[in-house]
Ligand binder design. Structure first.
Ligand SMILES: [Zn+2]
Length: 250
């Protein structure tokens, strides 16, 4: 029933074991997210092999090199595959010192155009760069859908994103004790404006915090949303599933 909309399962060794564990926790589909050419290729292979795994392909801003601009043609070839449902994760990241802003925007822009050509949505990684990214997206007349993955910003930022037609996606951070403001934000946004994801193997939700994360832990995030909104799990899971199915066209 639940769809993990962002998992780095190219890092997973035992895919079949993972899928069994997922099924026990009501997680029935996974979007395998990519960060470079190598993971994109791996995820295309995984999504071709397993019917409940789909993928997104693309270059993460932390992995870009000028020479790799040539490799975007190859990413686009992967992207044309039926099992590829989005371009991602792509975006802008100012967190680490020494980042190349111009190059990041070059990759971001080129991959957005790619998503438009392929008529597929794109998944945004954005860190310390919300203003720039939102303003950049505003200048474009986009025909494609997009989501800000691992959203942890404030309500004002959320509204700006929803106003330009974007979606939000929440990770296990939503379950953390200190994430009070984020949980309040979930109460204020429309129920068709967000999805959930594990971002595994990173960001394990409570009560699994500190352990290696995997897609089966998505259930804890769904339960958290159910508690926040005071809506039965089954009902909210249905809504979130429908948001994800619509977004990724699966
Ligand atoms: Zn990620």
């Amino acid at each position: 029933m639940l769809i993990d909309t962002h998992s780095h399962i190219d890092k997973e060794e035992d895919i079949e074991g993972l899928l069994i564990e997922c099924e026990k926790n009501l997680v029935t589909e996974i979007i395998a997210i990519s960060t470079d050419l190598e993971s994109s290729e791996k995820n295309i292979n995984l999504s071709s092999k397993y019917q409940n795994i789909f993928c997104a392909v693309g270059y993460h801003p932390g992995n870009i090199k000028k020479n790799d601009l040539d490799k975007l043609d190859q990413i686009e070839n992967f992207g044309a595959n039926d099992s590829c449902k989005a371009i991602g994760e792509i975006g802008i990241d100012y967190f680490y010192e020494g980042y190349d802003k111009d190059l990041q925007f070059e990759f971001f822009d080129k991959q957005i155009s790619m998503a438009e050509r392929l008529n597929k949505p794109f998944v945004i990684h954005c860190r310390d760069a919300y203003n720039d990214v939102i303003n950049f997206l505003k200048t474009k007349k986009l025909n494609t859908k997009f989501v800000f993955h691992c959203f942890t910003e404030d309500y004002e930022t959320a509204k700006r994103i929803l106003n330009i037609g974007g979606l939000l996606s929440f990770t296990g951070i939503l379950t953390f004790k200190k994430s009070h403001d984020l949980r309040e934000l979930v109460k204020k946004i429309p129920s068709d404006s967000f999805m959930i994801e594990t971002d595994s193997p990173y960001l394990s939700p409570e009560p699994k915090r500190g352990k290696k994360n995997n897609s089966s832990n998505l259930i804890y995030i769904a339960e958290c949303v159910s508690r926040i909104l005071n809506i039965p799990l089954e009902q909210i899971a249905k809504q979130i599933r429908s948001n994800s199915v619509k977004f990724f066209n699966i």
